[in-house]
Design a protein. Structure first.
Length: 657
């Protein structure tokens, strides 16, 4: 009665003209036409039959399934927390990798994948300690049958389980973990590929049997031998006996046939050629491969493969077959098992699959283009699944290089590097030195305006938070407010460094800006530079506050003095930092790229104008090892601890073998 009420309610939600007799029957019979509540549900084809006549008898079936099993079963499983970070040594991964004393985690996965393809159903029997499973035992699909519940809301009442002696018992629904492939005609059990391909596999096996019989019969087609003269029953029996002894035995197959009298032969069927045995077998192999979901390449039919090389075939095997199967397993695990451990997510890790790692080169090309468009590396890393760990500044967009003009002085984009063999370049001439310095200097100047716009708001923000903190212990509060700006400064400084390093490094040689060497330098120097900048601002604010207190200024007056200080000086501070950091980061980028070219020496190239420091004029042409410091203590222009040597330096470098 309750079911009838529910059906009427469902029908009532539809407009009257939408309800057809067919729909009414569907609503009322959809549950009962497929199953009987309280009775086990049986599959249309047993797992034993699928294994015996498919996996064990048909070579293409074995090869296709074995290929999928090998690809999918070796992929490791991991657990993620609610932030998407991996939880190492989680109880699930420990139990899943060592499910019981007899099977490894890969053993279990091999059975799960094979059973899903062959039978459409795979069953695990968990062993629990409290709420959490500590062991997983594989069960043969023919021994487990789901039992629909009498109450549709409960869905599954339990499982009928057949013991080895044939005795059947009923297990609770939690006692079995059921994985299944889609069967549109049944909501309780799945459908394997073998069920859809059964007729094709039977035809393939029958063709092999026919070929085998033909080979046993000397390759002769079926037919009839008629003697031209009548034979007595005794003569006929003797003829059959001698024929079997002399011609059907394998050791006599190639001997000539001899008869005691003249015989006539009448064929009873087509020959093997007429049946086109070879082509028909190849076609059957292709259909079997299609049913299971693999390319014909994997079952030995390379002539009809859709892939040009092995790498493409392997990649498609994972993306089109193995991973979708694992996705089905993953969905069931997260539905049934993950909630037992709390707020976790179970998934698999393909980072070590060679066929999928082959895309890394393409992904890096895409990453480079996206980065040049200004996208934060965090977004790029997540979108392309590059697998990089977080580093300072990866959550903001980097400056686009294309907005920095190189000047219009006709200076070559690629810096000439002396190699001792190029006779057309005289790197000792003043003309060449001037041209090379101008090339680098004009490119640096193009960044000054860009970086000033990045740094100026940061200085103004210091003025804003500092003036707002003028209360209570004024000096302490103001300096604390300035310290809290460190993260913002660090993100911008990191982005600036990466941008400059890549741009100027690529002027020497295309190189990996994400290398450990570059990231270590950026991390160290960005942090040190930000600390130095903020310390300078704290000193300035301390002096301003003390002067205000000495002059008996009120708190609002001191706050106004701070705002005026940064209104007047923010642009100047930003320009000075922009010029200094452009020089230091561009020098490092050139050195990093030069190292990859094998250059072992670097030469100081002094600025070619009247604003150069006297000390730097004396250094012009000084040459040291690529990892050594120059006589002024700098590794390169702008790369030294002494501010007097680094601030607004505009010298550059030449690299030699």
């Amino acid at each position: 009665m309750f079911e009838n009420i529910r059906n009427k309610i469902a029908l009532g939600l539809l407009k009257k003209e939408q309800v057809t007799p067919l729909m009414s029957r569907i609503f009322s019979n959809a549950y009962s036409m497929m199953t009987m509540p309280g009775q086990p549900v049986y599959t249309d084809i047993t797992a034993n039959k699928a294994i015996r006549e498919g996996y064990k008898m048909a070579v293409p079936v074995y090869r296709a399934i074995r290929t999928i099993v090998q690809a999918a079963s070796g992929i490791p499983w991991i657990v993620l927390d609610n932030k998407g970070e991996e939880i190492e040594n989680h109880p699930f991964t420990q139990a899943w990798s060592k499910p019981n004393p007899e099977f490894s985690g890969q053993d279990n996965m091999e059975y799960i994948i094979a059973h899903l393809i062959l039978a459409g159903n795979a069953y695990l029997r968990p062993i629990y300690r409290g709420r959490e499973p500590i062991e997983f035992w594989i069960e043969m699909p023919d021994l487990v049958k789901p039992i629909p519940a009498n109450n549709r809301d409960d869905w599954i009442q339990g499982y009928e389980y057949t013991l080895f002696g044939g005795q059947k018992i009923t297990l609770e629904r939690e006692a079995i973990l059921h994985f299944k492939q889609l069967d549109p005609g049944n909501l309780f059990i799945g459908m394997g590929a073998i069920q859809a391909g059964g007729r094709v596999i039977d035809t393939y096996n029958e063709a092999l049997d026919t070929q085998k019989v033909s080979m046993q019969n000397r390759g002769m087609p079926s037919g009839h031998l008629f003697p031209e003269e009548p034979m007595t029953p005794e003569q006929f029996d003797e003829f059959k006996r001698k024929y079997r002894e002399q011609y059907l035995d394998k050791t006599h197959r190639r001997e000539p046939w001899l008869y005691p009298r003249k015989m006539n032969w009448v064929e009873a069927s087509q020959t093997a050629v007429e049946m086109d045995y070879t082509n028909s077998q190849a076609q059957l192999m292709r259909v079997i491969a299609a049913v299971i979901g693999v390319d014909p390449w994997w079952v030995g039919d390379k002539s009809n493969s859709t892939y040009n090389n092995v790498q493409e075939a392997r990649k498609a095997l994972y993306e089109d077959v193995a991973l979708p199967l694992l996705d089905d397993v993953k969905a069931t695990l997260n539905l049934k098992v993950a909630p037992l451990y709390g707020d976790i997510y179970i998934t698999y890790d393909t980072s070590n699959v060679p066929a999928l790692r082959a895309d890394m080169g393409l992904k890096l090309d895409q990453a480079s283009k996206l980065w040049a468009m200004g996208l934060p590396f965090e977004q790029i890393n997540n979108k392309l699944e590059l697998g990089f760990e977080e580093f300072p500044g990866w959550d903001i967009g980097y400056l686009p290089f294309s907005v920095a003009p190189v000047g219009n002085q006709g200076i070559p984009v690629e810096p000439p590097i002396e190699d001792g063999k190029n006779k057309s370049l005289d790197i000792e001439s003043e003309e060449w030195k001037t041209a090379e310095w101008k090339r680098v200097d004009s490119r640096r100047q193009a960044y000054w305006g860009l970086l000033t716009k990045k740094f100026e708001p940061l200085y103004k923000e210091i003025g804003k938070v500092a003036s707002a903190s003028v209360k209570g212990s004024i000096e302490k509060n103001v300096l604390s407010a300035i310290d809290k700006q460190e993260d913002k400064w660090l993100k911008v400084m990191t982005a600036v460094y990466f941008t400059l390093i890549e741009d100027f490094g690529n002027q020497v040689k295309a190189f990996d800006v994400f290398s450990a060497f570059v990231r270590a330098w950026v991390t160290k120097n960005a942090a040190a530079k930000v600390v130095s900048i903020l310390d300078t601002q704290k000193e300035a604010m301390a002096d301003l506050i003390r002067a205000g207190v000495k002059d008996n200024l009120t708190n609002p007056q001191i706050a106004q003095s701070i705002r005026s200080f940064y209104t007047e000086r923010a642009s100047f501070f930003a320009q000075r930092i922009a010029r200094t950091e452009t020089t230091s980061a561009s020098s490092f980028g050139q050195i990093a790229a030069a190292k990859e070219t094998g250059r072992g020496r670097k030469r100081w190239l002094t600025s070619r104008d009247d604003r150069v420091r006297d000390a730097h004029i004396a250094m012009d042409g000084e040459t040291v090892g690529i990892d050594e410091k120059f006589s002024n203590g700098c590794e390169g222009p702008g790369m030294c601890d002494d501010p007097a040597e680094a601030i607004q330096c505009r010298c550059s470098l030449i690299f030699l073998k």
